[in-house]
Design a binder for this molecule. Sequence first.
Ligand SMILES: *[C@@H]1O[C@H](CO)[C@@H](O)[C@H](O)[C@H]1NC(C)=O
Ligand SMILES: *[C@@H]1O[C@H](CO)[C@@H](O)[C@H](O)[C@H]1NC(C)=O
Ligand SMILES: *[C@@H]1O[C@H](CO)[C@@H](O)[C@H](O)[C@H]1NC(C)=O
Ligand SMILES: *[C@@H]1O[C@H](CO)[C@@H](O)[C@H](O)[C@H]1NC(C)=O
Ligand SMILES: *[C@@H]1O[C@H](CO)[C@@H](O)[C@H](O)[C@H]1NC(C)=O
Ligand SMILES: *[C@@H]1O[C@H](CO)[C@@H](O)[C@H](O)[C@H]1NC(C)=O
Ligand SMILES: *[C@@H]1O[C@H](CO)[C@@H](O)[C@H](O)[C@H]1NC(C)=O
Ligand SMILES: *[C@@H]1O[C@H](CO)[C@@H](O)[C@H](O)[C@H]1NC(C)=O
Ligand SMILES: *[C@@H]1O[C@H](CO)[C@@H](O)[C@H](O)[C@H]1NC(C)=O
Ligand SMILES: *[C@@H]1O[C@H](CO)[C@@H](O)[C@H](O)[C@H]1NC(C)=O
Ligand SMILES: *[C@@H]1O[C@H](CO)[C@@H](O)[C@H](O)[C@H]1NC(C)=O
Ligand SMILES: *[C@@H]1O[C@H](CO)[C@@H](O)[C@H](O)[C@H]1NC(C)=O
Length: 847
Amino acid sequence: MLPYHLCLLLMAHATQSLALTFDANGDALPAYSPARPPAVPLAVRTPYLSAWSSTGEKGTLNSGNPIFWTGDALGWTGIVTVDGILQSLPKLPNYLAASPQTVAYDSSYSNFTFSAGPVDITASFFSPVLPKDLCRTSIPLSYLTTTVQSTDGMPHSIQFYSDINSAWMAGGANGFMNWEIFRNGASINSTDNGTGNCTGNVTVLDLRTRVTYALLETSDRPDWGRVAYSTQPMGAQHFSFQSGSALDLRYNYVNSHGLAKTHVDSDYHGTYTDEAIFAYVHDFGLVSSAEVRYTVGLIQDPFIRYLTQGGVAQLEPWWKSCYNDMFSMIRLHWDDFMVTQELASQADSQLASDVDAFYEVRAPVPSPSIPVQTPDASSTWCATALPTETLAPYLHDSSDGYGFLDPDNFTGLGVPDASESDSYYAIVALSARQVMGSFVYAIPPPTSSCNVSSPGRGEPLMFMKEISSDGNVNTLDVLFPAAPFFLYANPEILKYALETIFQLQEGGFYPNGFTMHDVGASFPNATGHLGGEDEAMPVEESGNLILMSYAYYKFSGNSDWLRTHYPTLSQSASYLLEFSKVPAAQLSTDDFAGTMINQTNLGIKGIIALQAMSLMSRLSPTPSPEDGDGAAAPVTVTDATVRAYYRDWESYGIAPTRDHALLAYQWRSSWGLLYNIYFDKLLNLGIVAKPVYTMQSRWYARVSQLYGVPLDSRHHYTKSDWQLWAAATCAASTRRMFVTSIAYWLNNTVTGFPLTDLYETIGDGGYPRVPDAVTFKARPVVGGHFALLALLRTGQTASSEAGDTTGSLFTLNGTNALNNTEQGGYGSPGHGSLLVDRSDEIRGEGT
Ligand SMILES: *[C@@H]1O[C@H](CO)[C@@H](O)[C@H](O)[C@H]1NC(C)=O
Ligand SMILES: *[C@@H]1O[C@H](CO)[C@@H](O)[C@H](O)[C@H]1NC(C)=O
Ligand SMILES: *[C@@H]1O[C@H](CO)[C@@H](O)[C@H](O)[C@H]1NC(C)=O
Ligand SMILES: *[C@@H]1O[C@H](CO)[C@@H](O)[C@H](O)[C@H]1NC(C)=O
Ligand SMILES: *[C@@H]1O[C@H](CO)[C@@H](O)[C@H](O)[C@H]1NC(C)=O
Ligand SMILES: *[C@@H]1O[C@H](CO)[C@@H](O)[C@H](O)[C@H]1NC(C)=O
Ligand SMILES: *[C@@H]1O[C@H](CO)[C@@H](O)[C@H](O)[C@H]1NC(C)=O
Ligand SMILES: *[C@@H]1O[C@H](CO)[C@@H](O)[C@H](O)[C@H]1NC(C)=O
Ligand SMILES: *[C@@H]1O[C@H](CO)[C@@H](O)[C@H](O)[C@H]1NC(C)=O
Ligand SMILES: *[C@@H]1O[C@H](CO)[C@@H](O)[C@H](O)[C@H]1NC(C)=O
Ligand SMILES: *[C@@H]1O[C@H](CO)[C@@H](O)[C@H](O)[C@H]1NC(C)=O
Ligand SMILES: *[C@@H]1O[C@H](CO)[C@@H](O)[C@H](O)[C@H]1NC(C)=O
């Protein structure tokens, strides 16, 4: 039992030190599993509900503020009082800090445990990842459950306090906020003072800006909508709540373990030291265990502005098609906790067992089937732009952990003693909430010209924010790197997104002859680019649209949808026929590296996309004369044309030393991650010769650095998404090297923000050390980490034939290419057979 005055002392201390920054509270850092994330996801459901706990600079949950994805502080504090001793949780500086023990995450949960005197405390943050569940995915709320459990067999006096501030909304910064409390959907400011029996329904704090600027953002936070922080009495002896000044409320709590109950202070006090907050207190009295659950969320309605034939429409969030109104949604979400828990637990078990299935249950590294070339000391690798310090390969030295090149045979070694499958699970489980939290589902506009085969009634449109890079909506070259997640988890999501690109292009809203970059410059405005002034990436996006559309078809078996959009795809293909083999000075998706002429990886993307087009053209109806009407006849892409292009590409894009692909045709000793060949393998297109896979697989091991393989020979930085795409095209030893070195990076990087995909492969694994470097955070492209699992969906596993095949090292002809006549949808035998008899498909649904 802590003397009363000591509580006050602690409070006074807290008051005076609120402005100071603290590292860890002097406590040992917790044990992380399965890896140490740069930032632990707390509540991550939409581009606006994105709360994290940084582990940068030894940060822990109760030694630093939760952050919005941008890194700005969010007020979300908690105190658990045990026998009168205050234990801050999640965070309140300078109360007696509970000492962190463990931090464990899976795809939906981040669980923290603390020890606090005679009790253990847990905080379980739950943002369910259920990619096949439209309604649950569309709910913009997240759960937090805190528990206290006596460890000495004795009951203790237990109180929970939790508050949030207004920084969750943009308006928090300028002070125009309204606070209101609801129960059963009715405002209870003065009608229920808490002395009555308030077991039962959810109490909702509703916080919103006084003046609503609809569909406007400030510093990436919404200027419209509301924050909802909800709880129930949870069997507490006394349950109370209050809004007002942070100092008053926390002082009241410390003094009386309660709040004023009825008082809702509508005055706004600004943020920071004496900010306005809203708090709940659950006082359990003497118990040996107690549990409190909260839900927190940001609710926008309407959510998206979208350009349609009928003008700009304001689209409603998809949850409105599942629930009557905001309050029912909040209450049903609350009541659904147990069910959602069960579903998320099943989904996570499925993820873990799919990882095991890919690795054929913790398979050891397979031994190589061919002797490996000994490196030639005079070889040209790495000789262009990298500083001399990297000319020598990193060899393994257990004292500094460096070294992912096996010196005995110059294959990839990876991090010694790290399990590849555990490392891979650690990466994908951390990435899942980040990708699911990057988009929203909206109810399509009534004027939508959707037909049976398009998303219409019963299906949403998906709008993804290009978080942190520039806020574009449904950027094709962000959807593309993320596509492995969707193909693995639910290919329909890809359709809900691509449909918006098709609708704008087919609606006549885009003037350029190539494929548009995105459907709107600034989320949540999906208002297109009527002037064609989007960021031009013609080969990149034309290839992306074709490849993702074909991939959707291969994974879903839905050929009707492809047919609906065939003319648009055909237009993209025409562009590629003309411009992809020798790409002009264009941006590729890695636009932070600038434009470049003759990009090898861009050229092969176009060619692979043309191969996909040649296969799609067999699914498409022959254009009939009445379709003519001035419209360009659909382009014909033949297999022979594509093979001829491919042969030219090999002759331009492979180094004369025949040991790696060039970064650009004219840069004779450059190199880069040739990640675009992944779709050749994923979609079984059979256009890239096997020796090219083998060659690249060997090459990557030779240029790998501490935290993986640089993106290209110009810099030390790399992209985690493209690395895992490349890994999926490699032999086992190189794939292991990629996977374990990315997990090693997770454990060691100094980046303390939501997962960046762009980082240095050397030094401290920080953000790029180049002038004007971009600092990526929380981008959806981490969906690309699922590249191996998307392969699993096609029936390929870790030991499937990859780069390590026998045969001549190099065949200019592409005669070693896979046999591409075997075509069909993956995963659904019925769909596969639909495709065998092509005449049938053209007539319609044969099965
Ligand atoms: C987190 O806690 C929840 C609820 O107890 C549990 O279902 C889940 O398995 C836990 N996950 C991890 C990684 O500990
Ligand atoms: C609280 O509510 C009860 C019952 O409605 C009423 O009798 C009591 O006077 C109220 N107390 C305060 C402080 O408003
Ligand atoms: C409150 O409700 C609980 C459960 O319904 C009941 O056991 C208790 O007697 C009620 N208390 C009051 C003061 O009405
Ligand atoms: C909870 O809310 C529902 C719906 O508003 C209502 O029917 C029910 O009576 C409420 N229960 C309690 C205990 O207030
Ligand atoms: C969306 O468009 C509206 C109307 O043009 C504009 O006022 C608003 O600032 C835009 N929002 C963003 C985030 O750019
Ligand atoms: C509750 O308080 C808010 C903020 O002062 C106010 O806007 C609202 O009208 C009040 N509701 C009731 C029912 O008194
Ligand atoms: C490389 O050599 C090491 C040491 O002889 C061996 O353990 C490893 O399995 C080899 N790896 C490959 C891929 O050949
Ligand atoms: C939708 O379907 C109807 C009837 O099948 C057809 O007449 C119409 O042209 C279709 N609209 C579009 C945009 O495809
Ligand atoms: C681009 O590559 C083509 C084909 O190899 C070559 O003819 C052309 O000169 C290259 N362009 C530049 C600027 O190097
Ligand atoms: C990362 O750290 C975890 C412990 O947090 C450890 O189990 C795992 O092996 C590490 N992985 C790598 C690749 O270093
Ligand atoms: C290309 O393939 C053809 C037949 O498949 C073969 O006759 C020819 O020699 C090959 N050319 C080269 C350069 O390998
Ligand atoms: C390609 O596959 C088809 C169908 O399985 C088979 O008939 C054909 O012989 C194969 N061609 C080659 C070159 O392997």
